[in-house]
Design a binder for this molecule. Structure first.
Ligand code: S3P
Length: 429
């Protein structure tokens, strides 16, 4: 436990930050580098607890992975060379490692036991286990295989046609990985676009996949070719500075080389709808991923409605969007976001508790919340819920609160943004 005390600031925020590499893309870069035969170099890799879990999982299967700061060197004998791990694989807090690795391990010819921390052990795995069982997977665990730890006896899988019942990139990606090593042609259809980094990276590593609107077809038994990956800055981490710049008067913050893939950039549309002043320039593209420079300037905000297909494009940003809404004039409604209930913590309950403790007016819904703004936040002591995104949201709230905000435990920032507090300090001139 490490308590954090955030003092309200009286000066504007200003400066330039290069937020760390994207968490989702860092996981996938390790996975595809390990599946390709040969050497891959990954630059701007996110050195955070979650991504290190994915590295450790492949090291346990015999893949050579070395790190030098944010550069990672992977040398693999390819899919066929992966070996049975001798001890259970620990996924820590990482839902992405868990879901994607379960999809892969189900089709590999060995036995694995996988487990996680107390938060991950409460999160539903059925969403991947059930379709994998339809493909012939042999998986058992607590609650009939819904909860970690799971025991996976790898087997030959058969491709299926699958309509995703949940809007989840983790489930889609788990099934794409299973499809890659199964017999036949796998078809996956999603109800709304979720982050498409797996599809982009499969294409970059030379896989034959076909994307037709919301349907993805992947042929089995394809050998991947190594290709170097440069990870863009994480828009989900940038979101905290976008919010800080928008709400602290007279601020101007520049965020360099941020990933602005359409399937991730819903927050930029919400900021615009709320009246924020965001400038996007220096746009470039590498391996299907768009990068851009974002400049946020303080502006008066107004409430908005956030619902439907945009939700998966900003799902991890909803805590900090809720904070923005407390500073916006009028009502903000967030709905169709029931997935928040099964994140690292129940983020609808956690966001409402933390912001209400600081004086916000929030009504929770089963699938979202209604926020009445604008409110002057006062200080107080709040729980982190051991959730990195709740800590960073509370820290931004602390900048504009009238008294100090004390967060009981800030250590979970190590999950996605280990240097968050140093970066925040660097723009408080
Ligand atoms: C992720 C997908 C999202 C997101 C998570 C990372 C990914 O989860 O919330 O932080 O890397 O695929 P769901 O797929 O459960 O929506």
């Amino acid at each position: 436990m490490k308590e954090g005390i955030i003092q309200s600031i009286c000066k504007p925020l200003s400066g330039t930050i290069a937020v760390p590499g994207d968490k989702s893309i860092s996981h996938r870069a390790i996975i595809f580098a390990a599946l390709a035969e040969g050497k891959t170099t990954i630059t701007n890799f996110l050195e955070s607890e979650d991504c290190l879990r994915t590295i450790a999982a492949f090291q346990a299967m015999g893949v050579h992975i070395q790190r030098s700061g944010t550069t990672v060197f992977v040398e693999s004998g390819g899919l066929e060379a992966l070996q049975e791990p001798e001890t259970p694989i620990y996924f820590g807090n990482s839902g992405t490692t868990a879901r994607l690795m379960i999809g892969l391990l189900a089709g590999l010819p060995f036995f694995t036991v996988v487990h996680g921390d107390s938060s991950l052990s409460k999160r539903p795995m059925n969403r991947v286990v059930e379709p994998l069982r339809q493909m012939g997977a042999n998986i058992d665990g607590r609650d009939k295989g819904n909860l970690l730890p799971l025991a996976i006896r790898g087997s030959k899988l058969k491709a299926i046609d699958y309509q995703l019942p949940v809007k989840s990139a983790q489930v889609k990606s788990a099934l794409l990985l299973a499809g890659l090593i199964s017999e036949g042609e796998m078809k996956i259809t999603e109800k709304a676009l979720t982050r498409d980094h797996t599809e982009n990276m499969l294409q970059a590593f030379g896989a034959d996949i076909l994307i037709n609107q919301k349907q993805i077809t992947i042929k089995a038994k394809q050998a991947l070719q190594p290709v170097d990956v440069h990870v863009p800055g994480d828009i989900s981490s940038a979101a905290f500075f976008l919010a800080a710049g928008a709400v602290v008067p007279h601020s101007s913050i520049v965020l360099e080389q941020v990933g602005i893939n359409f399937s991730r950039s819903g927050i930029l549309e919400v900021l615009e709808a709320m009246g924020a002043n965001v400038i996007i320039d220096q746009v470039s593209e590498k391996a299907g991923e768009q990068f851009g420079r974002l400049t946020i300037n303080h502006a008066a905000l107004q409430g908005t409605i956030i619902e439907g297909d945009i939700i998966p494009r900003l799902i991890d940003e909803i805590p900090v969007i809720a904070l923005l809404a407390t500073q916006a004039k009028g009502e903000t409604i967030i709905r169709d976001a029931a997935e928040l209930r099964v994140k690292e913590t129940d983020r609808i309950a956690a966001v409402a508790d933390v912001l209400t403790t600081l004086g916000a007016h929030i009504t929770t819904l089963e699938d979202g919340m209604i926020i009445q703004g604008s409110t002057t936040l006062h200080g107080g002591k709040v729980s982190s819920y051991h959730d990195h995104r709740i800590v960073m949201m509370a820290a931004v709230a602390g900048l504009i609160a009238t008294e100090e905000v004390i967060i009981d435990d800030i250590s979970s920032t190590a999950i996605s943004y280990p240097n968050f507090f140093q970066d925040l300090a660097s723009i408080q001139s």
